[in-house]
Write a protein that binds this ligand. Structure first.
Ligand code: ADP
Ligand code: MG
Length: 320
């Protein structure tokens, strides 16, 4: 029997993942969710359009992973814990192979990140995946963009540049080796949302943002929201390994600074918390690098080893 909207939902999206607090999940007009006492609901949504945010020929499982993880990264940036999500799916056709692969990958991801699919919407049209993610954060403890002060130290987790470098994979004539390709594809389709880091930073970081548009742009959001500026030491940038095999140093720096899609956290730390944060980093609780300082004067600038401002070219928006 061909799939209709309701059999499709029942078959592929009725029970994915687990999370406490679901009084009523998929199947009614609304889901009913219990937010624990003393917690605030952190809510975010991100839409991926085929041919714009991922290549038209991307595997269904890869698309599911990316769609979920970019949303989880927003929760991480707030210091929130994933709980529930809804899925608005627009499909050109009810392709059962695509749906089976998409739903299996989404289920596995949901289990990995301890969140549950509680509802959604299914329509016909150009392939578009929109996930709305909900998480919990103790009231008043979320990491916002607006809490930084002049003199706060700027950190980034992990390493930068691979998200933008991964776009090379989709460029005709790409000559990267198999290992590098695999690594960049992982980074693109399976970015690692820094959830554990976000939770640990509650009470230590004064502001945080996840890096989806490029370090300078996203740090710019912290600066603007906090009424400040920022200075980044170019030499301190944690460039991703592999990058040197993809392009020269100057290109790698541009990818790291203005490329985007890295889904690392950029956060600020007041001087009095710096020792505690550095101790967490030294104890290998998480990987992060101090890259600069917030300034009272507005504007986000990169400085070279001599403290001279460096102009960074924009990479601009890339279509597939
Ligand atoms: P309504 O018309 O009342 O909005 P729908 O007929 O669109 O409800 O959906 C029926 C049920 O299936 C609802 O509980 C909705 O949340 C759920 N649902 C629809 N599409 C999806 C999807 N892609 N993933 C998960 N749940 C879905
Ligand atoms: Mg209804």
């Amino acid at each position: 029997m061909p799939l209709n909207e309701f059999s499709l939902i029942r078959e592929y999206f009725s029970a994915l993942g687990e999370s406490p607090g679901v009084a009523l999940g998929v199947g009614d007009d609304c889901a009913l969710l219990e937010v624990a006492a003393g917690q605030q609901l952190a809510v975010t949504v991100d839409t991926l359009v085929a041919g714009v945010h991922f290549p038209l020929n991307a595997a269904a499982g890869d698309v599911a992973c990316r769609a979920l993880r970019v949303n989880l990264s927003d929760l991480a940036a707030m210091g929130a814990k994933p709980r529930w999500f809804t899925l608005a799916l627009t499909l050109p056709e009810a392709d059962e192979n695509w749906l089976a692969a998409f739903s299996a990958a989404l289920a596995e991801e949901a289990r990995t990140f301890h969140c549950a699919l509680v509802g959604g919407d299914t329509t016909a049209g150009p392939l578009t995946i929109s996930i709305q993610m909900m998480g919990e954060v103790p009231s008043g403890q979320a990491l916002t963009r607006s809490g930084a002060h002049a003199g706060d130290w700027i950190y980034v987790t992990g390493s930068l540049g691979e998200g933008a470098a991964a776009l090379q994979l989709f460029t005709p004539g790409c000559e990267l080796s198999g290992v590098v390709r695999e690594n960049l594809a992982q980074r693109f389709y399976r970015p690692r949302p820094r959830l554990a880091e976000g939770l640990k930073l509650r009470g230590y970081a004064s502001a945080a943002v996840d890096i989806s548009d490029g370090l300078l742009a996203d740090l710019g959001h912290i600066a603007e929201s906090s009424g400040l500026g920022a200075e980044v030491q170019l030499a301190q940038l944690p460039l991703a390994p592999w990058l040197e095999e993809v392009g020269p140093l100057e290109q790698a720096q541009v990818w790291a600074l203005s490329g985007g899609d890295d889904y690392e956290l950029c956060f600020t730390v007041p001087a009095e918390q710096r020792q505690a944060v550095d101790a967490m980093i030294a104890a290998d609780d998480f990987s992060a690098t101090c890259i600069g300082r917030m300034t009272a004067a507005p504007g986000v600038y990169c400085l070279d080893a001599d403290g001279i401002r460096v102009t960074i070219p924009e990479t601009g928006y890339q279509h597939f």
